[in-house]
Design a protein around this ligand. Structure first.
Ligand code: PMV
Length: 319
């Protein structure tokens, strides 16, 4: 095979990951749980070539982002004894580096693409573990629907895998409104940000300890399709994580004033009976969980913002 085309969707964590127990193997300090979204992601063509190269949306990239991708390709070459080089041509429907999980879909696409291009014959579990080495949260995008990333306890990371809890069809009425507030790249990357938080936030250990019990509760909420519990747990994990970010030294404030404006609109709407809940990652954009029947009311509320409505989506695929 000389060329493959692959596709991967972004995922949004309901129970967050922020911090590693092993920087080289990308092993997290705690387990996390996400949903894979339909329609926001990366389509990538990988071709054997005389040298490694990266194009994003037709532009040749040579910056830090390209270095991360090229480092990942070198890692795969050394892990599997490959000598070929790869030209990557990536098209994204997500703005890069704006806390919209673009790296999750990109590294998930890259891992599944390299597996196919080099006929590595890795299982989906092994592909997810490989994707994790590019960007931790990327392991969750290999699978569709509701996905658990186990933190694992082994030093070699062989038990830090991604597991599909429920398929994308499980909760057909669940929607995510992705409110795009800024597409500018964040100043502090997640990788650097989480390192600083772990080192300096006095709240970090308390967050990990208090967040861990939320995960089994979230699994039950999903199983029973209890939207209010799902929403409350999502906000608890998200704002707990942001509390650790804010108490990092120097503080990590990924929000903009419009982020706070949207949050206040959601909280006010909820007080008047509109069930909707927010989650935010390492960027200013807000993702709002809502059930299909309440989408029109939410659209009316946020009509002056840019947004996309997503259903749950499937895992990464070779096209
Ligand atoms: O995988 P990274 O390095 O892009 O980190 C993702 C961290 C958050 O998006 C903030 C949380 C999460 O669990 O996705």
């Amino acid at each position: 095979m000389t060329s493959v085309i692959v596709k991967a969707n972004v995922n949004i964590a309901l129970i967050k990951y922020w911090g590693k127990r092993d920087e080289t193997l990308f092993l997290p300090t705690k387990s996390s749980l996400s949903i894979t979204l339909d329609g926001l992601g990366t389509t990538m063509t990988l071709s054997k070539s005389s040298e490694d190269s990266l194009k994003i949306d037709k532009q040749t990239i040579t910056d830090e982002k390209a270095e991360k991708v090229l480092r990942f390709i070198s890692l795969v070459r050394s892990l599997y004894g490959i000598s070929d080089h790869v030209a990557i041509d990536s098209q994204s429907t997500v703005p890069v580096g704006a806390g919209l999980a673009s790296s999750a879909s990109a590294f998930s696409a890259l891992a599944i693409g390299l597996n196919a291009l080099f006929s590595l014959n890795l299982s989906p579990r092994e592909v997810a573990m490989l994707a994790r080495r590019g960007s931790g949260s990327a392991c969750r995008s290999i699978l569709g629907g509701f996905v658990l990333w186990n933190k694992g306890i082994l030093d070699d990371g062989s038990d830090s895998d991604a597991v599909q809890l429920f398929p994308e069809t499980w909760w057909a009425s669940l929607r995510v409104m992705v409110v795009s507030i800024s597409t500018k790249e964040k100043i502090v990357s997640s990788r650097q940000g989480m390192q600083e938080t772990q080192k300096t936030s006095p709240l970090y250990a308390a967050w990990v300890a208090s967040d861990e019990p939320l995960l089994p509760k979230m699994q039950v909420a999903i199983e029973r399709k209890e939207f209010l519990t799902l929403g409350m747990l999502t906000e608890q994990s998200c704002f707990g994580m942001h509390a650790t970010m804010l108490t990092t030294n120097p503080p990590l404030l990924y929000w903009l004033s419009e982020t706070v404006e949207v949050l206040n609109s959601i909280f006010a709407a909820r007080a008047t009976g509109l069930p909707c809940f927010a989650t935010i990652d390492a960027g200013p954009n807000v993702k709002i969980l809502v059930e299909q029947q309440h989408v029109p009311a939410l659209q009316a509320l946020l009509h002056n913002h840019h947004y996309t409505i997503c259903s749950l989506g499937e895992g990464a695929q070779v096209l």
